[in-house]
Design a protein. Structure first.
Length: 456
């Protein structure tokens, strides 16, 4: 801890020695900020003496020194040669034992390790150290937590949503047939089979070319300029179409204009299946009514989950607003680092130049700091809700979430478990996520709902 090694760490294991039942000590704390405290601990000299004695006896049994038989080196010699390292060992032992007790005495919950400002340990003198540590802020939950007012959201599935889903299923299961009419022009609702090659400033770019690509005109699945540009083309015709990439395009393309050379290879028309019992049976349902019922149930489940997420977001906003508490720097920096790392991984996956990582990382630390502070503040409030209302996470719930996540990413649960163990040392991230979900759900269960008034 203090920058030098102890010879005891290289010796054979020692027999466990009895520890004093309780260390006598004096503690003083000073509030530096609402989330950072200074702690001074003093352990009397008489408490330390037995620990030095044990340490030197253990060292005497195991040390091998020139001119002395094993176990016969005088303590005075050991003290001269190993005294500094022994002081470190005894100091570390006392620090590990006394600091948590000092925090508990003053009802402080530390975040991260302490920063040692002063350490004094000498034989025959008191052990004194001064440490600073970030702590969880002490606060009370706002009374509105028990009855938040949230926006009411629709819970009934409109029939038109069922019909729209059925129509999409028909479209998805349509048969594509070539249009044989000579000189036919590609029209809305038809599918064009195209080859394309794009350039930016005359240079090809990654992902900018392809062959045999099917585009349904009017479906809105490609860039609008490209979709509009191919409408009316005839088989064998070539066109050059300019496309400006939107802000949401992958890193390096946003805002740039590409020119695509497009060749229409074939025109296909969609032949939709009849909406009847036979169509339903093709989709593994007994009849059309059973298919409608299944669609309605799936839409209802999706709507319920969407409502839950929207309400959670609304709850998060209200909880942060109701609790303007200070966020410990250690917690803020940890949250910020995690958010920056996640964003960088996402940007790299979108094709960001690896050489840009350092620059973007610095920018993201500035861009995401406010969001990280809000998220850290929310974490503190949710943890307080879970603590006050006894919201616990069972092992089987963690295992269920692990299996669910593993299925979503297509790996065995044990592979994902090993990932968490390697990255975090435990399954704590899953536990914490479930605990937060329970806190959100607690607020949701006790909330009242109001219809949103439409603005005039």
């Amino acid at each position: 801890m203090w920058g030098f090694e102890s010879p005891l760490s290289h010796q054979p294991p020692l027999r466990p020695q009895p520890l004093e039942p309780k260390v006598k000590m004096e503690t003083q704390v000073q509030e530096l900020t609402s989330t950072r405290y200074q702690v001074r601990v003093t352990v009397p000299a008489e408490e330390i003496a037995p620990r030095f004695e044990r340490a030197y006896k253990a060292l005497q049994r195991s040390a091998r020194l020139p001119g002395f038989r094993p176990g016969k080196a005088p303590v005075s010699v050991l003290r001269k040669r190993f005294g500094e390292a022994v002081r470190e060992d005894v100091g570390n032992e006392l620090l590990q034992e006394t600091f948590p007790k000092a925090l508990a005495e003053h009802d402080l919950k530390a975040i991260g390790p302490p920063t040692l400002e002063e350490v004094t340990i000498r034989e025959g003198e008191p052990f004194v150290y001064l440490a600073e540590v970030d702590v969880l802020p002490q606060f009370e939950l706002h009374e509105e937590v028990e009855h938040l007012t949230l926006t009411a959201r629709p819970t009934e599935v409109p029939e038109e949503m069922v019909e729209q889903t059925l129509e999409r299923l028909r479209q998805d299961h349509a048969e594509l047939r070539p249009v044989e009419e000579e000189g036919a022009a590609l029209a809305r609702g038809q599918v064009g089979v195209i080859d394309y090659a794009g350039t930016i400033d005359g240079e090809p770019f990654e992902g900018g070319s392809g062959e045999g690509y099917r585009v349904e005109v009017g479906a809105g699945r490609i860039f609008p300029e490209l979709e509009e540009g191919i409408e009316g083309m005839r088989v064998g015709e070539e066109r050059e179409i300019s496309v400006t990439f939107p802000e949401g395009a992958r890193e390096g393309l946003a805002g740039k204009t590409a020119v695509f050379k497009v060749t229409l290879k074939e025109i296909q028309e969609k032949i939709l299946p009849e909406l009847d019992d036979e169509f339903a049976r093709d989709l593994d349902h007994d009849d059309l009514e059973a298919l409608r019922r299944d669609i309605r149930e799936r839409l209802a489940a999706r709507m319920a989950e969407s409502n839950r997420k929207a309400h959670h977001a609304e709850i998060a906003e209200k909880l942060v607003e109701l609790h303007p508490i200070d966020v410990p720097p250690t917690l803020l920096e940890g949250q910020l680092q995690m958010m920056v790392k996640n964003r960088l991984v996402h940007l790299l996956g979108e094709g960001m130049d690896p050489d840009e990582v350092d620059r973007r990382e610095r920018e993201l630390h500035q861009e995401l700091r406010d969001d990280a502070e809000q998220r850290a503040r929310l974490t503190l409030v949710l943890d307080k809700i879970a603590e006050e209302h006894g919201l616990e996470v069972r092992d089987e719930e963690i295992e269920a979430l692990l299996k669910k996540e593993a299925a979503e990413v297509g790996v065995a649960p044990e592979v994902l478990r090993q990932y968490y163990e390697n990255q975090f040392g435990s399954l704590d991230p899953l536990h914490d996520r479930l605990r937060e979900e329970k806190a959100f759900d607690y607020c949701l269960e006790h909330a009242t709902f109001e219809e949103k008034v439409a603005e005039a």
